[in-house]
Design a protein around this ligand. Sequence first.
Ligand code: COA
Length: 259
Amino acid sequence: MAYQTLLTEISAGILTITINRPDKLNALNQQVLEELNLVLDEIYQDPVIKGTILTGSGPKAFVAGADISGFLSASSSEGSVLAKKGQDIFFRIENCPKPFVAAVNGFALGGGCELAMSCHYRIASENAKFGQPEVNLGLIPGYGGTQRLTQLVGKGRAMELMLTADMIDAAQALNMGLVNHVVPAEELIGFTRKSMEKILSKSPVAIEKVIAAVNANFDHTKNGYEEEVRLFGDCFGTEDMKEGVTAFLEKRKAIFSGK
Ligand code: COA
């Protein structure tokens, strides 16, 4: 499918999505959100797509936030609708049964930081910058940032970042666990692909269940330990589990079917 604001490219089962509004630092307007929702339909439904890398166009920005230009005319209820819409899309990324990794190539501010945080993990270029500067605008994060930043870096650091609107660099983000790796800009996509290739060599059935079990920790309607027991049990009897264990016993590399 062709998109106006997203570039998509698939190779060896890895879909790379590039948010493509470089003149606006890839800010998330309504069209970007709608197209992200559409590409998520593809990711969920298309068996050819095994994993996704999300990045931004140009050397400067991953995503510099929600598009501020439409904010002045919005009412309180429209603001809530916008937040709910963004949250629902970001939940689909977070709960995607296939791995979803952010390659953060520059500014990841406001909704951009929130988008990166909805991915399963983040790899940043050395020039990446992160922040939740909404209080500068008389706003708060609305796409899950108050929750996910707190989960990722702890309450004190999350509070400070959101209350001061301070921007942090990639090294600081690495230090507080907001990103997993920092690499030179020209190596960002290659490094992220390698990380994804490693995941795709494992059992897709098990990968899906790891994502679900970890996410259960942050879902107040679930008991994460009970979910782990259930998902662990579900692995037994799958072709992937039989193949993985048999391959180990036969001292060979497993070839997983994803069933
Ligand atoms: N929404 C809409 N447009 C945005 C944007 C956003 N969140 N962030 C950047 N842009 C636009 C700018 O308006 C500018 O457009 P123009 O050339 O038509 O004037 C273009 O992107 C380039 O941005 P500019 O501000 O000129 O780049 P810079 O290098 O001087 O500054 C930033 C970069 C990221 C520091 C600055 O753009 C910024 O603070 N952006 C807003 C960040 C923010 O508050 N995000 C949270 C939103 S809730």
